[in-house]
Write a protein that binds this ligand. Sequence first.
Ligand code: G16
Length: 539
Amino acid sequence: MIQTIQTTPYADQKMGTAGLRKKSKVVMQKYYIENFVQSIFDVIGNLKGKTYVLGGDGRFYNDIAIQKIIKMAAANGVSKLVIGQNGFLSTPASSNIILKNKLDGGFVLSASHNPGGENGDFGIKYANQSGGQCPSSTSEEIYKHTLNIKEFKICDAPDIDLSKLGHQELCGMEIEIIDPVIDYVKMMEDIFDFNAIKQLFAKGFTMRFDAMNAVTGPYAQRIFEDILGANKGSVVNAIPLPDFGGLHPDPNLLYAKELINLMFSDQSPDFGAANDGDGDRNMILGHNFFVTPSDSLAILTDNYKLIPAYKNGIFGVAKSAATSTAVGRVAKAHNIGYYEVPTGWKYFVNLMDSNRITFCGEESFGTGSSHIREKDGIWAVLFWLNIIAATGKSVEQITREHWQKYGRSYYMRFDFEGISTDVADKLMADLEAKLPSLNGKSFENYHISNAAPFIYNDPVDHSSTKNGLIIKFADGSRIVYRLSGTGSSGATLRVYLEKYDTKNLNGDPLKMLENILEIALNIAEVQTRTGKQHADVIT
Ligand code: G16
């Protein structure tokens, strides 16, 4: 039943910030998935005795890709696959299953927050035994392999019935179909004070969780409504759909419109949150109030003692370089380790594995802890609910008190999308060449104290990674430039701005950052080079 089929390479199977992300139609090309997956199996090698997790966010083409991967895993000698029922598994749930059962890795079929559907995006994230995505050195090896691939192995058999829980067998490989939610719920119960949160809801506290027609709907309904007692209907857009019902499943101010409109209205519940396609991103809202992901990381870290799993102490905390420096001040106050890494959750994994950090987060709506090796959307929501239950304070009160204590990092990100790759690469290369000449220069009242590429030297594996360009000002303000690594075509320039203030805590972020924005756009010649006068997305 095992067939070896001849194929020819594709030149574009390079993983980005988080796995391979492509237009669905690209992935639907003949043997596209097969080439990529065979390359992973070939690079891992020696698959006998190995067990992998498999699942996804249910987006378009998941059903086809998952059957291909099952049959290829069997043909390549994998011993066992653990698969989420009907092919569903959120990224955090998958990481948990790998870690808890000490498995060899896994595959999540998702392009995360990117839209789905035949005209949307598709993706594959490959995790190794750490429960986190493979390091860049491995993805580079896999990419090289894809460029020379000549054949793949596949088991010639009918499709597996993914709706049936329990054990099956294919070409000598064991398959276990599991409930995707049970283990994840148990893990959350072990971390947070569910009784306190239950009492909060029992007293009439209201919330709205927008699952954006993506994978977290079933997890959120089980946890928030069934277990914690939030009103029925608190979780909306709860059924995962192949095209996310036309939504862009990115929990931010632009794409989670329905939730934003509600939270900024008179009908607002006490608390609002959204997750992305595969359940690793989160957005936190209060009545008329938005918490930036950078502030959220700082606030969660500052309140770790309120959470049962962390109350006895945490290691350190880490953030991506582009994320605001707010959490750095908290780390200093608590005298815990503090690390800055390149954008990409995989860079946190070594720090967690070596007990250097417990918490980590990114400006791109990602927060998490060492309970798994991926960011975790529902974890962040539960953390906020636990703080609210323990303090009796609102989201706005908690955040404002945090600013009183530590000062406020005004922070925004401006994305210039759909730029040609050549233009974007040249903009970054020219800017990098210009950085040394900017050191010591002043723009209006802003004095540049340091302008340099961000270079990360991993303290564990000693690898070195360059990611983005940073301009620091004497008053603590910062500009960070990066090209996104999660797009499926063209390039996206991200310009991240931060201004720290200890006195004016109630300003409008756009107003507070308008001078730095102008400086940032001028220095990099963004408008003339991209032809865009304004950012396409502002978060
Ligand atoms: C992925 C990574 C994150 C990263 C984000 C944005 O998230 O896991 O670590 O911050 O992409 O990356 P970029 O700025 O390169 O587009 P996700 O949720 O898409 O898997």
